[in-house]
Design a protein around this ligand. Structure first.
Ligand SMILES: [Zn+2]
Length: 434
């Protein structure tokens, strides 16, 4: 392997000095950090994207926006075959500045390093800054990559967050939502063959940190299935109704949770399946009114709803586990005389195996650079799942994050690790594209 210049920690520090000012919510009066908010198609997300664009332009890289507002940064030249890297700059509300951003900065620096040194390459390189990867605001993940690939359900355009529909948010950032409405496609671009897509991300788990290993080579990405579950019992007087004569939805919810834990102990697979009741009596405005009507401080609760999800890196296993879990939910509610209605909400398949040759390229680069590395699955979802769905090979690497935390104001990654990850990306891109 040939050596290329190394990305340094100081370069990453510089990017973060600027990026940490965009969407930063500051701190509470008692000094607690409030984290970041760069919502999908918000002014804050756009500002962060413009910052990355400016840095790329300064190096003489080509920058352009696709029809749904994703930023593309390209090495100059007429390349018909391309290797891409990518990640996102949006955050969950009160999130951190590393989930997504670390991958964008590392990808930018990897491409800039090769371009600035004018390393001769046969293939083009492209950084894609996806918009709207996080699902926290409107309940659907990978919105930017799905919109670009024509695979986004247009129904999501009417979902609101803080009073603004997704369509309106897009318009506010000069993106025409009719492109999504008509499920048109702008990625992969015509005339450009994408030979592979790489993404660096913080681990969002503790494996790397606890084992003091700077680089994780991702083997699979978990998919998910999400449901809204309604429980309808009977609102009654909390003093006058006999204990054995109640249809208490909150008690049913508690029993369901315990029954799901028992199911997992019996039939779960710690390395392949996880499940969570993510929300209780919040998150769906159309159900909230029923909660208000059927619960009170002197009432046996007569209505409740919650959001349930399973995640797996094996689609067959994930599907069969979800089916079993839904049966447990239904059976437990019935045993408490509570009516249950299950509404499937969204589902994303797992990427069971990342591309073998890209995985090998990342591993060989880490080894060449002398960086410790290990294989691990990704419990969180990433845009690579969507990129893979349009037939482009995908490889991913992780760097550690403090205490495995993300989607939190306390989210933090060591800038030295981001620089190391950028070097692995640069070396792998060089080996693939030379
Ligand atoms: Zn992310």
């Amino acid at each position: 392997m040939d050596s290329i210049p190394l990305v340094t920690r100081a370069t990453i520090d510089l990017h973060y000095t600027l990026l940490s000012q965009i969407g930063n919510l500051g701190s509470t009066p008692d000094g607690k950090l409030k984290g970041f908010c760069r919502a999908p198609w918000s002014d804050e997300e756009t500002k962060a994207i413009c910052l990355v664009q400016a840095s790329a332009r300064f190096s003489g890289l080509i920058t352009l926006y696709d029809a749904v507002g994703n930023l593309r940064i390209r090495t100059p030249g007429d390349h018909t075959t391309v290797f891409a890297v990518g990640s996102h700059l949006d955050t969950v509300p009160n999130g951190g500045n590393y989930d997504g951003a670390a991958g964008v900065i590392a990808g930018l620096e990897a491409i800039k390093t090769l371009w600035d040194a004018r390393v001769p390459l046969q293939r083009g390189l492209e950084l894609i800054v996806w918009r709207g990867e996080e699902s926290a605001t409107r309940g659907v993940a990978y919105v930017g990559s799905k919109a670009a690939t024509g695979t986004l359900d247009p129904a999501i355009l009417t979902r609101t967050w803080r009073g603004s529909t997704l369509a309106h948010a897009m318009e506010s950032q000069n993106v025409d939502p009719t492109f999504v409405q008509q499920q048109k496609q702008c990625f992969p671009d015509t005339g450009r063959q994408y030979l592979g897509y790489l993404e660096l991300h913080i681990e969002q788990g503790r494996v790397l940190e606890q084992s003091d290993i700077p680089i994780g080579i991702v083997t699979s990405i978990f998919g998910n299935k999400r449901y809204w579950v309604e429980l309808e019992g009977q609102a009654d007087h909390s003093g006058a109704t006999a204990m054995n004569d109640r249809k208490d939805t909150h008690a049913a919810y508690a029993a369901i949770h315990m029954a799901l834990e028992k199911l997992y102990q019996r039939e779960g697979s710690p390395t392949n399946v996880v499940w969570t009741n993510t929300m209780f009596n919040r998150g769906r405005a159309d159900f909230d009114v029923l909660v208000d009507e059927n619960t009170g401080n002197t009432s046996v609760p007569g209505y409740a709803y919650f959001r349930f999800e399973t995640r797996s890196n094996n689609n067959t296993l994930g599907d069969s586990y979800a089916t079993k879990a839904l049966r447990v939910i239904e059976g437990t509610a019935r045993s408490r005389d509570v009516i249950v209605r299950i509404h499937p909400d969204s589902s994303t398949p797992a990427l069971e195996q990342l591309d073998i040759s890209l995985t090998k390229a990342l591993k060989e680069s880490a080894r060449y650079l002398g960086y410790g590395h290990t294989n691990l699955p990704s419990g969180g979802g990433h845009d690579g799942v969507v990129v893979s769905s349009v037939g482009i090979p995908v490889g991913m690497l992780f760097i550690p994050c403090r205490n495995g935390m993300s989607h939190s104001p306390l989210e933090l990654a060591n800038h030295e690790h981001i620089a190391m990850g950028a070097n692995v990306l640069a070396q792998a891109l060089y080996n693939l594209a030379k």
